[in-house]
Design a protein around this ligand. Structure first.
Ligand code: BGC
Length: 742
C-alpha cells in the first residue's frame, strides 16, 4: 500500500509530507497497541524488577486487627496502616501501591477494624438489586461503593457475589443476585463495572457452587460438569466477559471433589486457559489448607492468619517458600501469580489515583433509596394497596422492630451505616460464625416513614412481642401492617423457610382478628407463608438498605409504584425444591458433607418447568399498581434468536414492567431458559418497542466431549411473559445445527 502511495507522488515536498504522515500513522498505531497491551507489559516489567521477598509478600494478604475482639495487629502490617479485610504490601520503589481490600456486597464494610470510621452507605442486599432487573442500578450502587472505598484508601472490593440461589435455605442468598445465569451475570457485571469505574478493583465471588453455607469448609458440591457450564459457570463466564473483574475469589467448598481454591480444572484449565482470564484468583478467607493450591491456579492466599485458625498453618508463606527452595514450585509460576495481580492494578487504574474523591453521602443515600424503590416486590394485593393517604384511618403497625429500622443480612457483608445501627442484637448460634450471627437494624424506621406519609391517619405500634397483645391493637384498627423478619447470613443455612420467633403464628392470629392485614417481609429468601390466604397484601422488601423504611412506606402509600420482580422462585414448600432434605444440615461444624446439585443446570424456574411444578410465586413475578400488555411479538432465527415486541401501560399510573423472553422448548426438549429481559418505564397509555437478542449459549447445551456449545437443528419455541409461569405471547423459530464457543 505504501509503495503505491509513493509511486503516485511526484514532488519531493509531497513525498516528504507523506513520509511524515505514514510515520505519524505508524506511531499512533504502535502507541495504541502499546496502550492496549500496557497492563500486561507494565506488569511484566515491574515483576521482573522485584525481589523474591517482594514477590512472596504480594501473593498473600493479612487480615486487619479488630480491637473489639481483642485481636492483635499482625506485626507484618506496618503501624499506621488502615485496617482492612486484606492488606498486601506494595513496592514503593516501583510505584506499586499497597493492596487493601474490604467486603462490599452491600457497601463498604467495617466489622470493627476501624473504630473511627464514620460509617458507609448501607445499600440494599444484592438479591433486591437482582429483583430490580436493572443493571444500571447495580452500576450506580457500584459507583457508590467505589467512591467510598477510595475515600478510605481501599483499592480492592470483595463484591460481585454471583453464586446462583439454588436453595431457598442458603444463608447467603441475600448477597447474590438470582437463580438465573443471565440475570446474575448482567447485574453482577453492572456492580463490578460501577466499582471499577472508580479505579477500584472488584472481585466476582465465590467461584463456584458455594450455593449453601452448611459446613462450607467441608462441603463437596457435586454437579454434572456440562450442567455446571450451563449454569453457575455460565454466570461467571458472562459476567467476566462483560466486566473484566480484576480478581476472582474462589469459594470455600469443593467442587466435584476438589477444593474450589485448588481446583485445577476450574482455575487453570477453564478460567485461565479456555476463557483467557488475565486477572488473579484470590482465595476466600481461611480456605487454603495446602501450598499446592498455588500449582492448581490459586494466585493469592487471603487473610493468611485465618488459615492458621482453620488449618493450623499459613500456606503461601513458609510452606510455599520451602517448596520453592526444593524446586517443587517454579519461579515461572511465582512470577505469573505476581504479574496477574499487578496486571489488574494497572488495568483498573489503581496506580493512577489522583487525590481523594469527594463523597456526597446524601447523593449516595439517594442511590440506596432508588434501588430499594425498584427492587421491592409486591406479591399479593387484594385491593388493599396502595393505602389511601388522606383518610383518617387507624393503622396498627406490628412487629419486625419497625419502630427502629429495617434488618440487614449478617456476616462479612453487613455494612455499618453512618451513625451506627439503630440496634444490634446478637442472636448467636452454632458453627464457626455462630457467635457473629446478629440482627442488625439499619436506622430507617418504616413506622416513622409511614407516619410522615399519612399525616391524617392514627398509626400505632405493637412490637409483636405477645400475640394476645398484638390482637388487641389489631382489633381496634382499620388496617394492620405486620412486619416479618428473619436473620440470615454467612456460616449457616436456614433449617426451613418459616419465619422465626413465632411470627407465622402472630401473622395468622392477627389476620384472623382483622382481615385487613398487610404483610411486609424483610428476608433474604423465600418464606413458607402459611397465612398467605388470610392476608390482603404481601410485600417482599428483602433487606432494603438504609433507605428501606422510606421505600417501604412510599410503596405502601402509592407514592412509588412497585416494580420489583422475583429473582428467585418462591416454592409452596421445600418439598417442591430439588432437595427437600439438605444434607449436612444441623451436623457439627467440620462434618464432611456432600450436596449433590441434582437439578444440574435446571436451577430455580428451570427445575419447576422441567418437573411441571407450580410454585407459590414464580421467578420473574411481581405486581404493579398499573397494568401492562404485550403485543406484536416478532421472532427471528439465524445464529441466535432476536425478538421484538411492544409493551403498553394499559393502566392509569406510571410504572415499570419487566417483560421476559423465554425459551420453552429446544428442538423437542422441554428446556426453559430466560433469554432476555428489559425493565421498561412507561407513562399511562404509553407503548414502547423492545428488541432482545439472546446469547446463543442460552439456546445451547454444553457438549462435554467436544468442549463446545451445541445448538441442535430444529424448532425453538419462544415465549414472552410476565414471569416464568405467565407466558403471554408465543412464537417459534427454526435454528440450524451449530457448534461454537468455549
Ligand atoms: C466470606 C467472603 C469475604 C471474606 C472476607 C469470608 O468469610 O466468605 O465473602 O469476602 O470473608 O471478609
Amino acid at each position: 500500500m505504501y509503495n503505491l502511495l509513493f509511486n503516485n507522488c511526484t514532488s519531493r515536498r509531497k513525498r516528504k509530507a507523506l513520509v511524515l504522515c505514514v510515520a505519524l500513522i505508524l506511531n499512533s498505531i504502535s502507541l495504541s497497541l502499546a496502550q492496549q497491551t500496557s497492563p500486561d507489559v507494565m506488569a511484566k516489567e515491574t515483576e521482573q524488577k522485584m525481589t523474591d521477598r517482594e514477590r512472596f509478600a504480594m501473593i498473600t494478604s493479612l487480615i486487619g486487627y479488630v480491637p473489639a475482639l481483642g485481636m492483635p495487629r499482625d506485626k507484618r502490617i506496618p503501624e499506621g496502616t488502615t485496617m482492612s479485610a486484606g492488606y498486601t504490601p506494595g513496592v514503593p520503589r516501583l510505584g506499586v501501591p499497597n493492596i487493601q481490600s474490604s467486603d462490599a456486597s452491600m457497601g463498604v464494610t467495617n466489622p470493627g477494624y476501624r473504630p473511627d470510621d464514620k460509617g458507609a452507605t448501607a445499600l440494599p442486599a444484592s438479591i433486591l438489586v437482582g429483583a430490580s432487573f436493572n443493571p444500571e442500578l447495580a452500576y450506580q450502587g457500584g459507583v457508590v461503593i467505589g467512591k467510598e472505598a477510595r475515600a478510605r484508601g481501599f483499592n480492592v472490593m470483595l463484591a460481585g457475589g454471583i453464586n446462583l440461589t439454588r436453595d431457598p435455605r442458603n444463608g447467603r442468598n441475600f448477597e447474590y443476585y438470582s437463580e438465573d445465569p443471565l440475570v446474575s451475570a448482567l447485574l453482577a457485571a453492572g456492580a463490578v463495572n460501577g466499582i471499577q469505574s472508580q479505579k477500584v478493583i472488584s472481585t466476582l465471588k465465590h467461584y463456584t457452587l458455594n450455593c449453601n453455607e452448611t459446613n462450607r469448609h467441608w462441603l463437596d458440591a457435586v454437579i454434572d460438569p456440562a450442567a455446571h457450564r450451563e449454569s453457575d459457570l455460565l454466570a461467571f463466564q458472562m459476567a467476566i466477559e462483560k466486566s473484566n473483574p480484576g480478581s476472582i475469589m474462589s469459594g470455600y467448598n469443593k467442587v466435584n471433589g476438589e477444593y474450589a481454591g485448588g481446583n485445577d480444572y476450574q482455575l487453570n484449565k477453564l478460567l485461565k486457559d479456555t476463557w483467557g482470564y488475565k486477572g488473579w484468583v484470590m482465595s476466600d478467607w481461611g480456605a487454603v489448607p495446602s501450598w499446592t493450591f498455588a500449582l492448581k491456579g490459586l494466585d493469592q492466599e487471603s487473610g493468611i492468619q485465618v488459615d492458621v485458625h482453620t488449618w493450623g498453618a499459613e500456606a503461601f508463606t513458609d510452606s510455599l517458600q520451602n517448596a520453592y527452595k526444593a524446586g517443587n514450585f517454579t519461579k515461572e509460576r511465582l512470577s505469573n501469580m505476581v504479574q496477574r495481580i499487578l496486571r489488574s492494578v494497572y488495568a483498573v487504574g489503581v496506580d493512577k489515583w489522583e487525590g481523594t474523591p469527594t463523597v456526597d453521602m446524601s447523593k449516595h443515600n439517594e442511590t440506596a433509596l432508588a434501588t430499594a424503590r425498584q427492587g421491592i416486590v409486591l406479591l399479593k394485593n387484594d385491593a388493599a394497596l396502595p393505602l389511601s393517604v388522606n383518610e383518617p384511618v387507624k393503622i396498627a403497625v406490628i412487629g419486625g422492630y419497625a419502630h427502629l429500622g429495617v434488618p440487614t443480612g449478617t456476616g462479612s457483608g453487613a455494612v455499618l451505616p453512618v451513625g451506627g445501627y439503630a440496634a444490634s442484637i446478637n442472636v448467636g448460634g452454632p458453627g464457626l460464625m455462630g457467635n457473629a450471627r446478629s440482627l442488625y437494624l439499619l436506622p430507617s424506621s418504616p413506622l416513622a416513614e409511614l407516619k410522615k406519609l399519612m399525616p391524617n391517619a392514627t398509626v400505632e405500634f405493637d412490637p409483636g412481642y405477645m400475640i394476645a397483645e398484638s390482637k388487641l391493637l389489631a382489633k381496634r384498627s382499620d388496617i394492620v401492617i405486620v412486619f416479618g423478619i428473619r436473620v440470615e447470613g454467612e456460616g449457616s443455612d436456614l433449617a426451613d423457610i418459616s419465619l422465626p420467633w413465632g411470627q407465622d403464628a402472630l401473622i395468622s392470629e392477627v389476620a384472623s382478628t382483622n382481615p385487613n392485614t398487610i404483610v411486609v417481609l424483610e428476608t433474604g429468601n423465600a418464606s413458607s407463608m402459611p397465612w398467605r390466604g388470610k392476608v390482603k397484601a404481601i410485600l417482599q422488601a428483602w433487606y432494603p438498605g438504609q433507605a428501606g423504611g422510606t421505600a417501604i412506606a412510599e410503596i405502601l402509600t402509592g407514592k412509588v409504584n412497585p416494580s420489583g420482580r422475583l429473582p428467585l422462585t418462591f416454592p409452596e414448600s421445600l418439598e417442591q425444591t430439588p432437595r427437600p432434605e439438605l444434607s449436612g444440615l444441623g451436623t457439627p461444624w467440620g462434618t464432611p458433607t456432600t450436596i449433590v446439585y441434582n437439578e444440574g443446570a435446571d436451577a430455580g424456574y428451570r427445575w419447576y418447568a422441567k418437573k411441571n411444578i407450580k410454585p407459590m410465586y414464580a421467578f420473574g413475578y411481581g405486581l404493579s399498581y398499573t397494568s401492562f400488555s404485550y403485543s406484536d411479538l416478532k421472532v427471528q432465527g439465524g445464529k441466535t434468536v432476536t425478538a421484538s415486541f411492544t409493551v403498553t401501560n394499559t393502566g392509569n399510573r406510571a410504572g415499570a414492567d419487566v417483560p421476559q423472553l423465554y425459551l420453552t422448548n429446544a428442538a423437542g426438549e422441554n428446556n426453559m431458559r430466560l433469554l432476555g429481559f428489559e425493565r421498561t418505564e412507561l407513562a399511562p397509555g404509553e407503548s414502547k418497542q423492545v428488541t432482545l437478542t439472546a446469547d446463543p449459549r442460552l439456546l445451547a447445551h454444553f457438549d462435554w466431549e467436544k468442549q463446545k456449545w451445541q445448538i441442535k437443528a430444529g424448532i425453538y419455541e419462544i415465549a414472552l411473559g410476565k414471569s416464568a409461569v405467565e407466558l403471554q405471547l408465543h412464537s417459534s423459530v427454526k435454528l440450524a445445527a451449530q457448534l461454537f464457543g468455549k
